[in-house]
Each structure stands twice: as C-alpha cells, then as structure tokens.
Design a protein around this ligand. Structure first.
Ligand code: FES
Ligand SMILES: [Fe+2]
Length: 383
C-alpha cells in the first residue's frame, strides 16, 4: 500500500503530465478502497437520483451509497429531505425500495417516523430509561439539488456543489434539465469491476473498438472534444453528417427517438454530450433524451450500476411513448453489453503480472484527469 500511495503521490504532484493511467493495483486494492471510501465517497458529492422521483408528499426512494443506506423523502411541506435509512432502534432499513407513505414505519418493531424524520411512535419504549421519543429522529444527510439531480455529501463538510458546476450550468441551460423527468430506471445490478475501471471507460476513444457497430458509426471517436475542470469532465461528441435527421423546424439533429426540445444551440442539436460529475456519476445527454448513470462502488473491483432514462416534458405526450421508450432502453442495453465485455476484460487484466501503468492517447484526456483527480484526493489535502 505504501508503494502504491507513493506512485499516486507522484501522479498528483506532476499533474499526471505523463499521460498514463493509475497503476493496475489501484483498481483492485482493498486498502485503497477504504481510503477512497473516506476521502472520495464520504467527502464528495454523490448523486442518488432525481428530485422528480419524489414529487408528492410521502414519496420516498431508498438507495445505498458506499454501504450507507439512505432514503430521499418529500415531506408534508413539499421539502425534499435525505435521511439515513437506518432505524434508530436496532439498525434495520426503515424504507425498502420506493413508494408513498404517510409516515415511515420500520418493518422490524414498527417504530414510526414522520416525514420530517422525527420519531412519532415507538411501542413499549415508555419504560426505557434515558430514551426520549421527542429528541429521536432519523439523521438528515447533507444534500443539494443541481438541475434536478439530488447529490448527497455524507461527511457534511464538502464545498457547495452548485458553484463548482456553474460553467456546466451555463453551457447546458437551453436543455432546461430541471424540468426533465425520469421515465425508466434500469437496475443493472452488481458488476465485477472497479468504479475507476468504469470511469476510465468514460472516454469516447473506445468507439473505435467496443462500439464500432454502434457509436463509432454516428459519433466518430476522433471528433470528440474533452474538457476537464476539477469537479467535472465534459465531452462533446458531434454526430456524423450522414446520421443526422431534419427536425420539424428544418434544423439538423443528431439521431434520436423523441421530439427534441426547441431553442438548443447548434452543437447541442447535433452532438451527444457527456457530463461527468466526479467521482462517480455521469449524464449522457442528447437533444431529445438523456441517461443518468450512477456507478455506486460496493468495494474494490465491484460496483452497482443504475441507469435512468430522463426525458423532457414534451417527450411524454406522444401517443407511441411506450414504444419509443422501449427502443431507447433497448439501445442502452445493447451498448451497455458492449461496455460490460470490455470492463470485465480490463478488470481481469489489471491483475496480470504483465500489466503496468498504461499509456493514454490524446483522446483519453478524460482518463488522465481521473487519474490525477483520484491520486490527489488520496494523497493530498484537497479542499
Ligand atoms: S429496528 Fe426498527 S423498530 Fe426495531
Ligand atoms: Fe462505452
């Protein structure tokens, strides 16, 4: 571990000028994952879903983030709250999955919480010394909503997220993403690769190989532009001329299934955009639809992947909505399978005694930034 941290410290110090990945051991080290848990996932901003998934009073959605059970709830005043989903009695998960309820009732001994997290009822606890129902509540977790996406910060000490994303907010304002809604969630379950393997797979260079039959045809790897800032990475992938469709307004659009929004800039109509909010979340954005991918680490070399299809309001109004949505989900599953194969291969390869820190192409500025970003979080005091 000391040797690994020394290498990471060197990458952090030189800004990763060498265009190389992290060493292979960083992708499967249990000790390093424990450090990531503390310095990256507890300290950073983690997306847990969309505010539109809990629109009505009593709506709730539970999710585990690096081993922390959480639940997002819309309370009686319409305020979105995020709580620890661990019962204050004997640690059972209070809410399971998603649903709507007037109060949150733990299934174990029926302790009942109000939607603001305060404990309303706890059977037979009136004889327990030092127990005060009036001061017991589910702990609230620090959260922020940016463009409709709900982010939590587990240690409560992170710098506010929205100012860090201001430059992205300005550039994508025409989409009005805060009005979009989740149309479907694909729970891909557990995958046997590290969150950094999947994050590394965020470059578009692999259109050449893994997506030669899908993305490379419509979005050639060579044309993709990558821009990195501390908290985010933006990639814009222009569609090939031959793939474009003409909209009702006579303008060119990249391929899609739904009706694109109006008022988009030229590059927004004719590209797809990838917005990575570090450490482990990204949005795939087209003129007519988007996908949120939440790469939730379960340990070194293991993640839980959740993918949401998000759509603008007009997309829900067409008569063949279900058909179009299913085409969209099927397309996701197809290219995701292409990514599954390479992510498994890379994770396996990282254990080889012949594997070393890998050279990167100029189309992998994404990977270079991730390597530097991870290395600096793990070895420096980053505020
Ligand atoms: S663990 Fe929740 S009521 Fe006992
Ligand atoms: Fe891919």
């Amino acid at each position: 571990m000391d040797e690994l941290l020394n290498i990471l410290s060197g990458i952090a110090d030189d800004g990763n000028q060498s265009w190389r990945t992290l060493p292979p051991a960083a992708y499967h080290s249990d000790a390093l994952f424990e450090l990531e848990r503390e310095r990256i996932f507890n300290a950073g901003w983690i997306c847990i879903g969309r505010a539109d998934q809990v629109t009505d009073c009593g709506d709730y959605l539970s999710i585990d983030v690096v081993g922390e059970p959480l639940v997002m709830v819309r309370d009686k005043e319409g305020v979105l709250r995020v709580f620890s989903n661990v019962c204050r009695h004997r640690w059972m998960r209070v809410c399971q999955g998603a649903g709507n309820a007037g109060s949150l009732v733990c299934p174990y001994h029926a302790w009942t919480y109000n939607l603001d997290g305060s404990l309303r009822a706890a059977p037979e606890m009136d004889q327990t010394p030092d127990f005060d129902i009036g001061t017991t509540s589910l702990p609230q977790v620090h959260h922020e909503v940016w463009e409709g996406f709900v982010y939590v910060n587990l240690d409560g000490n992170a710098k506010p997220l929205t100012p860090q994303l201001q430059s992205i907010t300005t550039r994508i304002s025409e989409y009005k993403l805060d009005q979009w809604r989740v149309a479907a969630t694909v729970d891909c379950g557990e995958y046997p690769w590290d969150w950094k393997v999947m994050q590394d797979n965020g470059e578009c260079y692999h259109h050449y190989g893994a997506h030669s039959e899908t993305f490379q045809i419509d979005y050639p790897a060579r044309d993709v532009i990558t821009e990195c800032d501390d908290a985010w990475i933006l990639q814009v992938a222009p569609s090939s001329k031959s793939s474009r469709r003409i909209g009702d307004d006579g303008l060119e659009y990249s391929p899609g299934n739904f009706e694109p929004g109006s008022g988009l800039a030229d590059w927004q109509r004719t590209s797809f955009t990838l917005i990575y909010v570090l450490p482990n979340f990204f949005i795939y954005l087209q003129a007519d639809m988007g996908m949120n991918l939440r790469m939730l680490p379960l340990g070194a070399g293991r993640i839980h992947l959740l993918a949401d299809v998000i759509l603008p309001p007009q997309a829900f109004m067409v008569s063949d909505f279900e058909q179009r949505l299913s085409t969209c989900v099927e397309f996701f599953k197809r290219f995701n399978e292409e990514d599954v194969a390479v992510n498994i291969g890379v994770q396996d390869g990282s254990h080889s005694k012949f594997a070393g820190s890998a050279p990167l192409s100029h189309l992998e500025a994404h990977n270079r930034h991730i390597a530097w970003w991870v290395a600096s979080r793990l070895t420096k005091q980053v505020t």
